[in-house]
Design a protein around this ligand. Sequence first.
Ligand SMILES: NC(=O)C1=CN([C@@H]2O[C@H](COP(=O)(O)OP(=O)(O)OC[C@H]3O[C@@H](n4cnc5c(N)ncnc54)[C@H](O)[C@@H]3O)[C@@H](O)[C@H]2O)C=CC1
Ligand SMILES: O=C(O)C(=O)CO
Length: 386
Amino acid sequence: MAKPVSIEVWNPNGKYRVISTKAMPGTRWIRLLTDQDCRVEICTSKKTILSVEDIQALIGEKCDGVIGQLTEDWGEALFSALARAGGKAFSNMAVGYNNVDVNAANKYGVAVGNTPGVLTETTAELAASLSLAASRRIVEADEFMRAGLYDGWLPHLFVGNLLKGQTVGVIGAGRIGSAYARMMIEGFKMNLIYYDLYQATRLEKFVTAYGEFLKANGEQPVTWKRAGSMEEVLREGDVISLHPILDKTTYHLINKDRLSIMKKEAILINCSRGPVVDEVALVEHLKENPMFRVGLDVFEDEPYMKPGLADMKNAIVVPHIASASKWTREGMATLAALNVLGKIKGYPFWSNPNNVEPFLNENSPPPAACPSIVNAKNLGLTASKL
Ligand SMILES: NC(=O)C1=CN([C@@H]2O[C@H](COP(=O)(O)OP(=O)(O)OC[C@H]3O[C@@H](n4cnc5c(N)ncnc54)[C@H](O)[C@@H]3O)[C@@H](O)[C@H]2O)C=CC1
Ligand SMILES: O=C(O)C(=O)CO
């Protein structure tokens, strides 16, 4: 058993014991819990990634719910420990929950929450930033400047790609993929090709309407196409951004063969999960194709990069910061806390996790519901009528 982990306590006499495995931005989430008779314990350990043993030690003998992080391994060991301690709820402070074994949670009757919606625009904005940075070689140019290498304007200096009129490819056109597509289409007048298991009807309607607007104003209209296969997107896209969930259907979705069918000067962006890309194959591809560029927010063996990646000038790498805006991170903390609180209080689950705004309004109390419980149906929970 690991040593006890250091904690900070809010409302020590609260009836329900709720643990957060990390300090989270803002204070609203703490207030929402303490106002409802929760004792909140926040882990203050300096370790970035807590082990299963650390979290078991935090859970202890009695625990009603836990707010955890995407870096933690929530499986059989933790859900059984939480259930033994009387716990009813766990929430990831993340929309992605590939770190959670939902079947194990179902087995122990623990509700699993996530935080959709509040990070859609923020994450899409980072994907758009990486797209621009890669197309205009901003990081390379910045390094060049700081190294004192600039000795005057030159016709060939850091020539990149114009986005206008090119094709943006989106794989996984859900909330974030669609928001990213809109930014690239509206901002840079790119044409869209996308691949998803489902039709992105709202996105299609948006592109059609925007195309008509451009035409009416004497400009070249933008177009959209739903691809019948992922390969079609990879062949046709100039900038391709990955936004699917990580599961067994998307693991190494970008591999050696698929990289080989992409355009030699294409840009690949990954703000989904690292294992969606075979990073070893990517490093080889970057070496062999110097005009091919990538922008990566996530990595296969986070926090590590595969050998060679850090040396590649045609790669831009940032440390999983796509959701890192203040508003989003505070909102994620709020949604995660309300998932746990709602389950402890026996509230129904919110029937539309695509619209979590009522929970984020600081000026009114949140609805009496759990904003997003991914296994609500498995646990037979009731949907909110609000
Ligand atoms: N880098 C970061 O900081 C962040 C990463 N994410 C990642 O982004 C993912 C997507 O988030 P949302 O857009 O909110 O989720 P979403 O559920 O709205 O979208 C995911 C889309 O992927 C599609 N999809 C699933 N399997 C597929 C397949 N095999 N091929 C093609 N498409 C497939 C789904 O149909 C869905 O439309 C999260 O699961 C998370 O892993 C999310 C937020 C921040
Ligand atoms: O919400 C997620 O899935 C993240 O990756 C956090 O930014």
